[in-house]
Write a protein that binds this ligand. Sequence first.
Ligand code: LLP
Length: 429
Amino acid sequence: MDHFNYRGGELLAEDVPLARIAQQVGTPFYCYSTATLRRHYRVLSEALGKTNHRIYYAVKANSNIAVIRTLGEMGAGADVVSEGELRRAQAAGIPSDRIVFEGPGKTRAELAYALSADIHQFNIESDAELLALDDVARGWGVVAPIAVRVNPNVEAHPDDPHELDGIATGRKRDKFGILWPAARATYRAAAGMSGVKVVGVAMHIGSQITDTKPFSQAFAKLREIVETLRADGHDIQRVDLGGGLGVPYTNETPPSPADYARAVLRETGKLDCELAFQPGRMLVANAGVLVTRVTYEKDAEGIRIVMVDAAMNDLVRPAMYKAVHTIVPVRADSGKPRPADVVGPICESSDRFAKDWPLPPLSPGDLLAMRTAGAYGASMASNYNTRLLVPEVLVNGSEFAVIRPRQTYESLLAGEALPPWLAKTPGVG
Ligand code: LLP
């Protein structure tokens, strides 16, 4: 459920008409709903009930500082995968004891920065990384709390393994974590190191998971692993269950947070551990839309092509993963819908948001909203075709604020420089 609804024939974000925001900030723009962010956090947190747990929001899904802070105010910590994300979490005011650092290729410099920030936990993904962290921590005279990310070799999307291949992370062939039982030796090695302290086990099997079965399989493995590690003498106090809960983009039916929580508690409820979760998409996806304007329409021998001013650099998911985002007109129209290909202006055919998507008659200047764009939308945007990063707007009831202005051409070009041998020449004219 989200807070983007039609009232009086037009689409609103909470109590603010999207058309009003478009008038003020121009198009395209991302718009997020505070009430939806809060609602999703609350639903998950209530489903987990009184179990000893913390939700570490996966900042990669939407890394705007205002979004991180909105969730932080609800009690969320941050799951970060780079020094940049760690700095964003800090800028949003997330306390260091609520930050977990994840990712398969953390550099020594990043590890050092995170150690200086005194974060809650490092999730280790290889033996080589463990050695590096131990070394850096000893150099600083500190001890890093670690969980080892165990790869359970579970298929996250059993019904759709090919389509979603790029976002599965818990199979043998994926680059993530350390396979079990090899991880047992990693724990043994860690126990003998003075720069790290073993505190837990971590797992994350993939994203946009729409079935409870893979979660149950992974969590059951996790329980066995905790029991084995404890029998080996390790003090396992924390279990990090990752993120991955899917959301409905069109007609998907992901497990509800309550179903998910039941699977978690069935497998890990008796472990007497602090449970950690790293949801990204389920918290922010439906809390955001990308609003774009129709520029032109043309007909190609019966194929209706609707050109909009947003492009794959603003929302890359359709081009990159063949993802389908529901597209709706901002002004509800009674006109009969006809299939349309909704495309952007970038010079490649993959710059297409939808194929044969039903849309009413449209005119240049009309607004469309691409839904479920709050996750992996703005955070994956680029400057491809030297297009400016678009504004992000946060709505809260009847008020709204620009939480990132549209980039300017000046700032975009300012970062580049001519090398001395070119700067000296009079020009190319
Ligand atoms: N924890 C770890 C270690 C992760 O790698 C991820 C996502 C998450 C948590 C959050 O997963 P979520 O709850 O959002 O599913 N760009 C892709 C999704 C990539 C997900 C990468 N890892 C997309 O647009 O579908």
